[in-house]
Design a protein around this ligand. Structure first.
Ligand code: ACM
Length: 544
């Protein structure tokens, strides 16, 4: 009897490891079924067969499988795959069967797993789903359940933002962040590259942006509201070189992620005017790159409407536009403090001469100018919702960090809207009310609040204007995130919750089931990534 048991255990240990269930996939696919047939075995003899269009994704898949389960799969172009006998994972570009952008189907049956898509993203998402059907341990062989999946996103824009100004992160972490996006089937990385506290991208035409604007003398310690303010007396800064930016873009492109750069104007420009005081409303002042957080009267943050400022903006926006392949460019436009223009005779005369209504009109003038420079490079402009304080071309996309009111107004003015409301999509807000929780700016945005967020306001649905809401994005401002581990603590698991809001049909969302999948499948994955996350999300709910 004893021996029999040992024999049995021995046999079991040689059987392929059972993989994850299709019902554990996150974000939850649109349609999926366990087809009941025998599981498909993936082992060291399995070959990835790929259509030429998916050559990069085949290599990407091979790397991910190796990392996750330790199997070193073969790679074979479909055009040369005649002799392939054993099991296959096939990436097929199929413009007939696949009817929507970003869609994929995944069928595992017999000896084969086939992912069909028509664009890069569809294949990337099929790959993410497949990886969730494999085990999380290193194995010699794994059984993928026989399944059929048909899947596509609810929203076209699924974004995550990262502020690399208040704190900067190494290129290795930017890539990791892009991997987090790809896993969660997000398609856009909004890279917030400039602000009052620093300029974080190489610029050749105005080099003082880097030699001066990329560095601050020191950094605030503790919370912005603490009195008296204390500083760390340590120079801080740096910038991404163009070569690093290109490397990140290449990395993101394979993963179906579009990178939208943001250069924030005409406010949040303290780093610019520290480097070039002649673009400020007080050219005779020596401005420093901001060392504290917050804005308005604690720091000057606006550009003055001088000819040399507009020449600067055209040159620099062109330089950055040429670097990024995205057809979108984010020009900020938020929190422009009007007091500096009010107090500046030159700006007042400019407002009068240009027949602008007031300082809001001047803000709009800046946005229009930069939008026209970007149009020369075929870029469509995105701006924070304050840009609608003026009239802009309908092609301008509004990123709304306010509430439903701003979204409803923008859609009624026929602008496309990306929802990114402070509540609940600012991931720099607290996720608990524990006084010992790690420092955050303020607020209380829990995982369940994120999960239950509905991007389309009811009022727009009633007006049949829901299609103006093209998606949503969470923002990650890093005043209180000095390390990658702190960023991870703030985004996980809230980002996982948002992925399902953006991907899964509304009727199929179910928080209890999401939590089950989060605990059984996603958190174990955070652990294999070595990623930090907020553990106490069940205790701290929107009700509390
Ligand atoms: C913002 O939070 N000022 C976009």
């Amino acid at each position: 009897m004893h021996h029999l048991l040992i024999l049995l255990l021995l046999i079991v240990s040689y059987l392929p490891v059972r993989a994850q269930s299709i019902s554990n996939v996150t974000p939850k696919p649109v349609e999926f079924a366990q087809t009941g047939k025998e599981a498909v075995v993936v082992n060291g003899n399995t070959t990835i067969v790929y259509d030429a269009f998916y050559a990069d994704q085949a290599v990407y898949l091979k790397g991910l499988v190796k990392e996750q389960v330790g199997l070193d799969l073969q790679l074979q172009a479909a055009s040369q795959s005649k002799g392939v006998k054993d099991g296959t994972i096939t990436l097929v570009q199929d413009e007939k069967a696949i009817t929507k952008d970003e869609m994929y189907t995944l069928v595992a049956a017999g000896k084969d797993i086939t992912i069909r898509a028509k664009d890069t993203r569809g294949a990337v998402y099929g790959i993410q789903t497949l990886l969730q059907l494999l085990s999380l341990q290193q194995v010699k062989s794994v059984q993928v359940p026989a399944v059929s999946v048909t899947d596509y996103p609810r929203f076209a824009y699924r974004g995550m933002h990262l502020d690399v100004v208040r704190h900067m992160f190494p290129v290795s972490f930017i890539k990791k962040y892009i991997d987090y996006l790809a896993f969660h089937k997000f398609n856009t990385f909004h890279w917030h590259l400039t602000d009052d506290q620093g300029w974080r991208i190489q610029i050749d035409s105005y080099q003082k942006l880097n030699s001066i604007g990329s560095w601050r003398k020191e950094t605030l310690i503790g919370h912005f509201k603490d009195q008296p303010a204390r500083y760390d007396n340590t120079r801080y800064g740096g910038f991404y070189t163009k070569e690093e930016v290109r490397e990140v873009i290449r990395y993101a492109t394979v993963r179906g992620i579009e990178i939208i750069p943001e250069i924030d104007i005409p406010g949040h420009s303290r780093a610019t005017i520290a480097a070039y005081p002649e673009f400020s409303t007080k050219p005779d002042t020596t401005w420093n790159v901001a060392t504290t957080w917050g804005m308005y009267n604690r720091q000057n943050n606006v550009l003055a409407p001088r000819p040399e400022t507009f020449k600067f903006l055209r040159t620099v926006f062109h330089e950055v536009a040429e670097l990024f392949p995205s057809k979108y460019f984010h020009l900020g436009g938020d929190e422009t403090s009007k007091m500096w223009w009010k107090a500046d005779p030159y700006s007042q005369k400019f407002i009068k001469d240009q027949k602008l209504k007031d300082e809001k009109g001047l803000q709009t003038y800046f946005i229009e100018q930069v939008a026209s420079y970007l149009a020369e490079k075929n870029k469509t402009v995105i701006g924070w919702h304050e840009i609608l304080e003026g009239e802009l071309p309908k092609s301008t996309i509004v990123m709304n960090w306010g509430g439903e009111k701003e979204a409803i107004a923008a859609a009624n003015r026929k602008h496309k809207v990306i929802m990114s409301p402070g509540k609940p999509l600012y991931f720099d807000h607290y996720q608990s009310k524990d006084p010992n929780d790690s420092l955050a700016i303020h607020g209380y945005n829990t995982v369940d609040a994120v999960y239950n967020f509905e991007p389309v306001p009811e009022a727009l649905r009633k007006q049949n204007l829901d299609s103006y809401i093209i998606g949503a994005q969470a923002n990650v401002w890093t005043e209180y995130m000095g390390s990658p581990a702190k960023v991870e603590y703030m985004i996980f698991p809230r980002m996982t919750a948002l992925s399902e809001v953006l991907w899964t049909p509304k009727e199929q969302r179910n928080y209890a089931d999401f939590k089950r999948r989060l605990k059984t499948a996603v958190i174990p994955r955070y652990k294999t990534w070595g990623s930090n996350y907020f553990r106490n999300f069940e205790k701290w709910t929107a009700e509390k």
